[in-house]
Design a protein around this ligand. Sequence first.
Ligand code: NAD
Length: 288
Amino acid sequence: MSHGVKSIGIIGAGQMGGGITQVAATAGIDAVVYDSSTDQLKKCEALHQKLLNRAVEKERMTQAEADAALGRISYANSLDALSGSDWVVEAIIEDLGIKSDLFKKLAAMLPNDNVVLASNTSSISITALAASAGDAAHRVVGMHFFNPVPIMKLVEVIKGIQTSDDVVDRTVALAEAMGKTPLKANDRAGFVSNRVLMPLINEAFYAWMEGVAEPEAIDGIMKLGCNHPMGPLRLADFIGLDTCEHIMNVLHRELGSDKYAPCPLLKQLVSAGRLGDKTKRGVYDYSN
Ligand code: NAD
């Protein structure tokens, strides 16, 4: 099946939105990325230039290919810039209220029935986001990329109760065209990936908080003992501690068991602004 996408709109120029934009543009699709923060848009543009230049240096693409990919990207400081998109991927903060408002706006702004409204949410119900899109509910789908997007192969494709089969098939086709491996999951909190991963990360914070071991030992034990490429606390820094807390809150609320309550130490680090790589300090210090 063909995805038929010529122009993709990405909302959120953070770690994920920036990566999705780069991968779409590299796959030959025009990409418009919008963020409410102008600073973040500038950082995103600088990062695209750096990563694509590095890809040329490492001979993973030619200079002409990198220039063409950069030429396909526009950086927008208004949501209206996405009015010509035939596919949208939302990658803003993991907050149901804020995402729901956005989906309501997108449904009104993009009334064409062929335009798919995808969310990169890690854990929020696609069914709930679709409900906020009213008549456009059947074209809301989960398109869950992994971090770092240019490297990670998986896209978890999530069907909300209202999502049409055609939209799921087109999402699979688009993910494949972007060089990814799509796998389908149903719409339950955290889907498959974060239902399994986040409690592991949360438990690692408990182990640290209770003095079972220091972070380096917790990560080292999980790397060497379970053959994980990265320990759970290092991974939490990479994902963003705020995002981890948001996801645990969703699992806790939706699944109703206290076993999903975010660890107090995780919450404390977030309150202290120690969000991980993106603030140069989380579990570990990255200031150097
Ligand atoms: P991030 O904090 O790096 O970026 C979020 C961006 O959204 C920021 O630049 C912020 O300015 C922007 N933003 C916030 N509210 C906005 C609004 N209303 N309109 C426009 N822009 C807005 O976060 P991230 O890590 O890129 O995560 C984004 C989404 O992707 C979340 O839903 C998260 O759960 C999901 N996700 C994250 C990861 C990960 O490893 N970090 C992996 C998969 C999915």
